[in-house]
Design a binder for this molecule. Sequence first.
Ligand code: H2U
Length: 364
Amino acid sequence: MSTSLDLDEFPHTRYNPLKDEWVLVSPHRMKRPWKGQVEASKNPNSLRFDPTNPLCPNVTRPNGQTNPDYKETFVFDNDFPALFEYSEPTEEPKSSNDPIGDDLFKVQAAKGSCKVMCFHPYSDLTLSTMKQNDIVNVIKKWIEMYKDLSTKYNWVQIFENKGEIMGCSNPHPHCQVWASNFIPNEINREGKNQFEFYKKHGKVMLVEYLNRELASKERIVVQNDSWVVLVPYWAVWPYETILLPKRHVTRIDLLNEKEIELLAEIMKKLLIKYDNLFKCTFPYTMGFHFAPCGKYLDEPQEHWQFYASYLPPLLRSASVKKFMVGYELLAQPQRDLTPEKAAAQLRELSDSVHYLIQSDTSDY
Ligand code: H2U
């Protein structure tokens, strides 16, 4: 990008076209002395099986149900769901009721399905230390769940909260899947902005964006034949990344076998890099965004591009996190480290040798 601004030195704001919002970048602040606390990193969970953990195989959950002796993934209905399913099984997304009320007091019934998915029977593994084949199983299960939920609900959010710092309640490798009759705010916003871009340029925003990133190389972290991980130009969190396919894919169930295989490969590579960054089991929230489903399956959604977003909170060490507080909550997000520097740091880290396992971990 040609600009007279020195983006490495001077404060500037960057535009996020996906969210239609700006982020303040203050690179000069990286030079200030740091007197904050730096704690030693906690050892990751080393217990393979814990009979008191409700996500482990063969354990009876507090609701009285016993988990099967699962060997790969295991999915169950969340015992404490944020949403309740349609009361009538015949209800469909098309008949989802519209909001009622006026401009000041609007309300709409929220229906949905909340599932928990265990990635693996062993509690001491994470996606970064699981075998690539086991990650392929996880992706295939996501697709299966999506296919089932996408006919009944208008949106399916697959997400993983990892680490206590991110509010994750259980060290066992797992994620959640929430399907809803309504389109959540972030999806609504991204859908509108991608649609406007498509109308204006006749191009898919994130396909075009990736082409530009591949040409510049500045923010690329790792890539393979089907996927690219990069720190977005408009990243908010210090080591935030976006994982994009190299072709236009509107929904998760449209990924082919090779893309699924290579998605598992690149996810593992990125997560090994993340763990190696501060030598800890790296916390984050991750999830997928793609075209909505349900009643939108009948509508053109070509403006959408499938992607995964990784949002890690850490800033300087295993325990020093970036706080999204005062200015961020009241005005707009702000960061010190530039996305280019974050990408360079992540790029240099090994994507095959995990700091805890001093050998090639691809077949751990
Ligand atoms: P988190 O770690 O992201 O909080 O996800 C764990 C989910 O598992 C959480 O939503 C559910 C919690 O409600 N859960 C059950 O459904 N049953 C249990 O016995 C334990 C946890």
